[in-house]
Design a protein around this ligand. Structure first.
Ligand code: PHE
Length: 337
């Protein structure tokens, strides 16, 4: 018995060391340790061993099992390591890797975020309205009569049912006053549409930022102070501003705002329209609401609006506004996060 154990140990360990493939290793495990494997059979032969010899033989058998298991384990690791380096041999680790593409914030989104952040600090909250509007919200409520040139079919896109794609975000002024009581202090960024020929400085769909503040005793000084603060925060403290008299049907008085800032190339630029909400607009709202909370004898307000695309275009020094919407990565990658 002792001899059989000793010679099996020598043969088994040598055989396992000689194994060259996974399959052979599995076969060896079965051949020695399987249900009818050689070591299993030897264990069964223990029955014939004399009682006084059993502890000694049993110990030898255990050592045999451990030796075979250790050899199997060692071989297993050698084979796995060999498989790994075989896989690596076909891989040239000196080749440059594939860099992971990371996105960045679109210049328009960045400008929008900055704008919203500044107005939030002054207590403005975001408001919203639909892109598809009624003529009443887009024009009538804003004191723009049916014969006004802005209502010419050439100027916007009409749906067969008479609704239209809003030509400005001033519609959100109307929607806000319809549904909320004063004081209101909102900004409303969003798309506006005009039937403009698309070229380097025009898009048929563009983005505006609307603002409205209605309360008791809101004045032109509040309007100027609010917008001055905004533009100085956005473009820097040395920013200069010019309020030029202008006309909008829904504000009186009305102004256009010109800005001169280093960030915008140091030249005067017409950037925004604004004014004090026309009493005729408040009257329209009162009629629609059926109450007098926007009675023009009780409340006043200012409104402003400006185009975000044109501004983003000047801030990023691009010469063609269409670059903002073409999604060309060669353009967008120039504005890393
Ligand atoms: N809605 C005007 C436009 O699109 C801008 C504006 C907004 C003017 C609010 C005055 C007040 O040109």
């Amino acid at each position: 018995m002792e001899d059989r154990i000793a010679s099996l140990q020598t043969v088994a360990v040598a055989a396992i060391v000689a194994v060259a493939a996974r399959k052979e290793l599995d076969a060896a495990r079965v051949a020695y340790l399987g249900k009818s494997g050689e070591i299993t059979r030897l264990s069964e032969a223990m029955r014939e061993v004399a009682k006084e010899d059993r502890p000694r033989i049993g110990k030898l058998l255990n050592e045999l099992r451990q030796a075979v298991n250790a050899a199997l384990e060692a071989k297993e690791q050698t084979l796995a390591a060999a498989a790994d380096s075989a896989a690596l041999a076909t891989l040239d680790i000196t080749l440059p890797g594939t860099p992971r593409e990371t996105g960045s914030i679109h210049p328009l989104t960045r400008l929008l975020d900055q704008t919203v952040r500044i107005f939030r600090r002054m207590g403005f909250v975001l408001a919203d309205g639909p892109d598809i509007e009624t003529e009443w919200h887009c024009f009538d409520a804003l004191n723009t009569p049916a014969d006004h040139p802005a209502r010419n079919e050439q100027d916007t896109f009409y749906l067969p049912d008479g609704r239209l794609l809003r030509t400005h975000t001033s519609t959100v002024q109307v929607r806000t006053m319809e549904s909320q009581i004063p004081p209101v202090r909102i900004i409303a960024p969003g798309a506006a549409y005009r039937r403009d020929e698309v070229d380097a400085t025009h898009l048929a769909q563009f983005n505006q930022m609307e603002g409205l503040y209605v309360d008791r005793e809101v004045s032109v000084a509040d309007l100027k102070g609010t917008l001055e603060f905004f533009f100085r925060e956005l473009f820097g403290p040395e920013t200069q501003m010019r309020f030029r008299p202008h006309f909008f049907p829904f504000t009186e008085p009305s102004y256009e705002i010109d800005i001169r800032a280093r960030a915008l190339g140091g030249k005067w630029m017409e950037l925004a329209g604004c004014g004090m909400v026309d009493p005729a607009v408040f009257e329209q709202i009162c009629q629609k609401r059926g109450d007098r909370v926007y009675d023009p004898d009780q409340v006043t307000g200012f409104a402003f609006g400006f185009g975000l695309d044109r501004l983003a275009m000047n801030l990023t020094h691009i010469s063609d506004i269409r670059m903002l919407v073409e999604n060309d990565l060669r353009f967008l990658q120039q504005f890393p996060a």
